[in-house]
Ligand binder design. Structure first.
Ligand code: DX5
Ligand code: ZN
Length: 227
């Protein structure tokens, strides 16, 4: 379990671009490089065109790190899988309202399992989709690519959506935090930070950085310190 979310920027490298033959080593290196969370992209081949992994990989990650596991469920009917991911050791479960008919109930179910709850919005989903449930979510993940793959280009039009949600959070005095996911690099992270994001997911720019995982994290951190 994680405590209250600390202030400041958090880096959440996504293992989607890690070397799966050496996943434990990649996670350890990310941890040594100062990762705050480990982001795990779960894809079912239905909601998104790609297939990735399920609870057994979350459980494997849990065995090699104590960092919070930030599990992004890109699956149809996420409510049917919450218990399995909780049991596997997830700390945060984020679901897409586009595939969850009863979002309020799902968020309650995540909290009842003792986990943090997030809501992820695709680039084509308007901010209003989270307006009602904002007080009950720990994070809003604003997707800056269409979900399904790592290595895509950042979509800058989502910055306005981040600003809108950030304003709602401020106006209502909430503790909800904004997470940016997709195409995050040392160039785009500061743009998202300026629009209100505090948590940064990055697969390619960390796990495929030409100078290694630690250098990728360092580049992101430095770009955010110039904020
Ligand atoms: C996209 C995933 C992202 C992805 C990010 O469907 O939700 O977390 O791994 O990859 P990059 O950082 O390469 O855009
Ligand atoms: Zn993700």
């Amino acid at each position: 379990m994680i405590g209250p979310m600390s202030a400041g920027f958090l880096l959440a490298p996504s293992i989607l671009s890690a070397d799966f033959a050496h996943l434990g080593a990649a996670i350890r290196e990310a941890e040594e490089g100062g990762a705050d969370w480990i982001h795990v992209d779960v894809m079912d081949g239905h909601y998104v065109p790609n297939l990735s992994f399920g609870p057994v990989i979350v459980e494997a990650c849990r065995r090699v790190t104590d960092l919070p596991l930030d599990v992004h469920l890109m699956v149809e009917r996420p409510s049917t899988m919450l218990q399995d991911f909780a049991k596997a050791g997830a700390d945060i479960l984020t679901v897409h309202p586009e595939v969850d008919t009863h979002l309020h109930r799902t968020l309650d179910a995540i909290h009842d399992l003792g986990l943090r709850a997030g809501v992820a919005l695709n680039p084509g989903t308007p901010a209003i989709a989270v307006h009602e449930i904002l007080p009950m979510v720990d994070l809003v993940m604003v997707m800056s690519v269409n979900p399904g793959y790592s290595g895509q280009e950042f979509i800058p039009t989502v910055l306005d959506k981040m600003r809108t949600i950030h304003d709602w959070i401020e106006q209502r005095g909430l503790k909800t935090r904004i997470e940016a996911d997709g195409g995050i690099t040392a160039e785009t992270a500061p743009l998202a930070a300026e629009a209100g994001a505090e948590i940064f997911v990055a697969a390619t720019s960390v796990f495929r950085h030409p100078e290694g995982i630690k250098a990728g994290l360092e580049a992101l951190r430095q770009s955010l310190q110039r904020q």
